[in-house]
Design a protein around this ligand. Structure first.
Ligand SMILES: [Zn+2]
Length: 214
């Protein structure tokens, strides 16, 4: 198996990518704090053992430093690793309350904010792809994790009424964003880490695509 190690995108943040099919990846985001580690999404059953845990250990850290695991929404490529992550780290899985029933491996519901590593992220409810989909926003560094909530050219991922998705995108456009991390390399940019103006352009492009849908 090809082991694509993580990309360090900030001092304390790694994006760990797993290939789902040629040219298409899903990722897990790790936030390394002084003495605790936050995890966003868990990928597939093998994602922890094959991709994430080796990276944590390679950083000289321990798996039991993982203090919390956030699921951004219910889909398989974001939650199927939950059981393994929980077993190996001892950390609880938290998810938006509207996704809890669909994800039996979740332990608790997300509040208005969540601490990952040494960062406090605001939880922004962004339905459209899924009813309880969330984005995480660190106001201090202007970092936004959007998972699948901004899906650009993949309009088939808008699984709810498009007006709900559009409303979510408009609220994201109110944020000041320096870096945006998505769970997949959505088009138009075709990559999952966007910096500076690229973030706003992606949200605006997604809005435009949605507005033009019948
Ligand atoms: Zn996904």
């Amino acid at each position: 198996m090809v082991n694509i190690m993580g990309e360090k995108v900030a001092n304390d943040i790694f994006v760990v990518r797993q290939e789902m099919r040629p040219g298409w990846t899903c990722n897990v985001v790790l936030v390394f704090g002084e003495d605790k580690i936050g995890v966003v999404d868990t990928g597939y059953e093998n994602t922890g053992e094959d991709y994430v845990f080796p990276l944590v250990l390679e950083q000289g850290r321990r798996l039991d430093e993982v203090s919390i695991i956030v699921n951004t929404h219910r889909d398989g490529d974001h939650i199927r690793g939950n059981a393994v992550f929980k077993e190996r780290t001892g950390a609880p899985v938290v998810i938006h309350e509207l996704e809890m029933e669909a994800v039996p491996t979740a332990d608790a519901k997300l509040g208005d904010s969540v601490t990952l590593g040494d960062r406090v992220f605001k939880v922004i409810h962004t339905p459209g792809h899924r009813p309880g989909a969330v984005c995480l926003y660190d106001e201090g560094s202007k970092l936004l994790l959007t998972a699948d909530s901004v899906c650009g050219t993949r309009e088939n991922l808008i699984r709810m009424d498009k007006s709900i998705y559009i409303d979510s995108l408009k609220r994201l456009l109110e944020l000041d964003v320096e870096m945006m991390i998505m769970s997949h390399p959505f088009g138009p940019p075709g990559k999952d880490v966007l910096r500076g103006d690229e973030a706003r352009q992606m949200i605006e492009a997604s809005l435009e695509i949605a507005l033009n849908l019948k």
